[in-house]
Design a protein around this ligand. Sequence first.
Ligand code: COA
Length: 159
Amino acid sequence: MKVVIYPGSFDPITNGHLDIIKRVSKMCEHLIVSIIYNPNKSPLFTLEERARQVKGAVEDYPNVTVETFTGLLAEYAKQKHAVSIVKGLRAISDFEYEFQMALMNRKLCPDIETIFLMTSNEYSYLSSSIVKEVARFGGCIKGLVPENVRKEVINKFSN
Ligand code: COA
């Protein structure tokens, strides 16, 4: 079984992430969406909340599972016997950072390839932070995140 990992903070998952999941799930046998603790960010949702949200969003994809992890991505990918790590590229500005991460992950685990997918045009401006910022000030986030997630984001800011 060829396992591919799609890692990220997913705080929260957006329709841009979902677009990548949908496309990659057609290219591999088993896709693990891995919600990974990023020490550089202060998340709005706990890892458990994010896992629940992502599970709800991917329930139509039978070969996609969802996990959480804290630690080094390369180690995790090795544990899972993954053949590759997939990342979405939205713009040239993503490239430098992603390139650095991919090379470091290759140094840590030479057998695992990082694959980049171009984000679909309609989501190229999206990020989890921009969704949270719009929701925080009462803006409409319909169509930007899966419906099960939209309600949770709105609730978080109305509390
Ligand atoms: N559609 C919409 N948004 C997208 C997207 C897409 N296709 N692809 C990326 N984004 C957004 C994300 O939502 C995120 O938004 P945010 O910054 O507002 O939260 C932003 O682009 C950056 O995404 P990404 O670079 O994937 O960061 P991340 O925080 O989601 O994930 C980890 C980074 C967790 C994968 C990374 O930090 C990691 O591997 N950590 C583990 C420790 C480790 O191994 N470190 C690396 C050593 S080389």
